[in-house]
Design a protein around this ligand. Structure first.
Ligand SMILES: *Cc1c(COP(=O)(O)O)cnc(C)c1O
Length: 339
């Protein structure tokens, strides 16, 4: 039994999901003739109360397309220093859109409306880049699966409106936030101009992300996706996995959250561990005591067929997911207690 907690991207489709994929009705999606992709896009647009949605191969590509839709070369996006768009998309903001990131020194990947407003460059001061976009991440990845306070997001919307800025949500794990906080997709659709959501993380699909927005901004999204090399053909097999997951894999995220909290409680009882970050969803970030080597700890787990990742500075991460069973959970808890 291999217990892989490196990420919630390591999951494989369930038999039921594979069945849904195999029986999918497909066509050439570059001609917009794939009924399953069209259905997935319509379903998500409706769910978020927006005009349209577009299927992308990856979350990075969906975010990068959003940056391109909102900005012109030379401009600047405001985001947290932990943001995925800044840290983990290969420098795509500068490569694809020719923009820079103004980083906010937030808390667990989140910041306040005041911090956002203070980061806007005065538009008449032509020496500095023109600020055109604020980007949020919910839940925060590097911030340990933290969920934003919705009221803060509303206050940031007001800042964006006042200064005529776009407002993008990287919602790779938005499903986890919706479940943890009892929020609805429509609330987010009302607030943001564009939203990217991942199907390949908590929802357990083999691939796929969707960018959602209103026609005015999104009309150019299909061209940008083509330029990025993301126009796909009979990709309805993957969209069918997404449709299946939207029906069957959202509510069960509570199980992942429950297990994560139990792991966090176990870890916080161990003398080897200095600190466990507050737990809200499915990401557990913890710090080892200074005398405990990160590699020693990881190797000890590996010897028990348990795999996690290091995040640098003696911090480690575990992520619970649909393929992490009760049996695995019991074994992990026992192993941790005896380490
Ligand atoms: C995983 C992730 C993405 C997208 O990643 P891909 O691997 O490109 O699908 C985007 N944002 C956040 C916060 C993520 O965790």
């Amino acid at each position: 039994m291999i217990i892989d907690l490196r990420s919630d991207t390591v999951t494989k489709p369930t038999k039921e999901m594979l069945d849904a994929m195999l029986s999918a009705d497909v066509g050439d999606d570059v001609y917009k003739e794939d009924p399953s992709v069209n259905e997935l896009e319509e379903r998500l647009a409706k769910m978020f109360g927006k005009d349209m949605a577009l299927f992308f191969p990856t979350g990075s590509m969906a975010n990068q397309a959003a940056l391109k839709l909102h900005t012109n070369p030379g401009e600047q996006v405001i985001c947290d220093k932990y943001a995925h768009i800044y840290n983990y998309e290969g420098g795509g903001a500068s490569f694809n859109s020719g923009i820079s990131c103004k980083l906010i020194n937030g808390h667990r990947g989140m910041f306040t409306a005041e911090q956002a407003e203070a980061s806007i460059n005065p538009p008449d001061f032509y020496h500095s880049p023109l600020t055109s976009l604020i980007a949020i991440e919910n839940t925060t990845n590097k911030g340990g699966g933290a969920c934003w306070d919705f009221e803060e997001l509303q206050r940031i919307r007001k800042v964006a409106d006042k200064h005529n800025l776009g407002y993008h949500l990287d919602g790779a794990r938005l499903w986890n936030a919706l479940i943890a906080k009892g929020e609805s997709p429509k609330q987010y659709g009302e607030l943001f101009d564009t939203i990217s959501v991942c199907l390949s993380k908590g929802l357990g699909c083999p691939m796929g992300s969707v960018l959602i927005g209103d026609n005015e901004l999104m009309q150019n999204a299909i061209r940008i996706r083509k330029i990025f090399g993301g126009g796909m053909r009979q990709v309805g097999y993957m969209a069918a996995a997404g449709l299946y997951a939207l029906e069957n894999h959202i509510d069960r995220l509570t199980e992942d959250h429950k297990k994560a909290i139990e792991i966090g409680e176990t870890l916080s009882e161990l003398s080897l561990i200095k600190k466990v970050e507050p737990l809200e969803t499915n990401i557990i970030i913890f710090e080892l005591n200074d005398r405990v080597g990160e590699n020693d700890f990881i190797e000890k787990l590996n010897a028990n067929n348990i795999f996690i990742i290091g995040m640098g500075s003696n911090k480690l991460r575990m992520v619970t997911h649909i393929d992490y069973t009760d049996e695995m959970h019991n074994k992990l808890i026992t192993t941790l207690r005896n380490i």
